[in-house]
Design a protein around this ligand. Structure first.
Ligand SMILES: CC(C)(COP(=O)(O)OP(=O)(O)OC[C@H]1O[C@@H](n2cnc3c(N)ncnc32)[C@H](O)[C@@H]1OP(=O)(O)O)[C@@H](O)C(=O)NCCC(=O)NCCS
Length: 179
């Protein structure tokens, strides 16, 4: 099993449009039906622009793009700079092969060891057992339930708020110097 995680580029747009068009994928997210390559090229161009602090990731399984993830600031408030949010999806034919876990591990490493973020938070529909299992595996806990959180295929569905706190909040290094 060869899984490669790398920064996404606008050239991943066609692959993203393919798996984001699948009802099992877009219905589990906040995405809409009738997406296409141009929509994803525009989004990826925006999130890859110089100066953006988002981390757009793509996952390849045996050289084929089958997964996407993004780690993002939660907004512009200075007092929430220690908080990030994330999104993740894997093509149906590539699920249950470790791709989602590889993307989560990469995002948690980036947040913990290169940003020092104290909190990663997200929402997940209460019936999305696959994603809840993935998030629990990577240290997320349910913090509450939002009733009627979003419209999904004709009904309002509930969502859990989940979050993961940094397991080892960073400290100033105590390395001895020779000076
Ligand atoms: C959630 C999702 C990203 C998981 O990706 P994946 O590549 O299948 O995940 P992995 O194979 O790495 O599995 C990692 C863990 O996720 C959990 N998991 C994955 N599929 C599961 C399932 N069908 N039932 C229960 N838990 C599941 C398990 O804890 C699993 O760990 P294990 O293999 O040690 O049991 C994928 O199912 C997906 O893209 N779903 C549609 C989009 C979506 O729901 N995104 C999240 C929105 S909040």
């Amino acid at each position: 099993m060869t899984i490669t995680i790398r920064r996404a580029t606008p050239n991943d747009a066609a692959a993203y449009a393919r798996f984001m068009s699948h009802p099992d994928v877009f219905a589990a997210l906040m995405q809409m039906p009738f997406t296409d390559e141009e929509v994803w090229r525009s989004r990826l161009t925006d999130s890859c622009a110089p100066g953006k602090t988002d981390l757009p990731l793509a996952a390849e399984l045996h050289g084929k793009v089958v997964g996407s993830a993004g780690l993002h600031p939660v907004g512009s408030q200075m007092r929430r700079r220690h908080v990030l949010t994330l999104g993740i999806s894997v093509a149906p034919e590539a699920q249950r092969q470790g791709v989602g876990s590889a993307l989560m591990a990469a995002m948690c490493d980036y947040a913990d060891n290169w940003i020092g973020a104290l909190r990663i938070e997200l929402f997940v529909y209460v019936d999305n057992a696959r994603a809840i299992g993935l998030y629990r595996k990577h240290g997320f806990e349910i913090e509450g339930t939002f009733r009627g959180y979003a419209m999904r295929d004709g009904e309002y569905v509930d969502a859990y708020a989940m979050a993961r706190l940094h397991p080892r909040p960073p400290q100033i290094a105590t390395t001895k110097t020779t000076a």
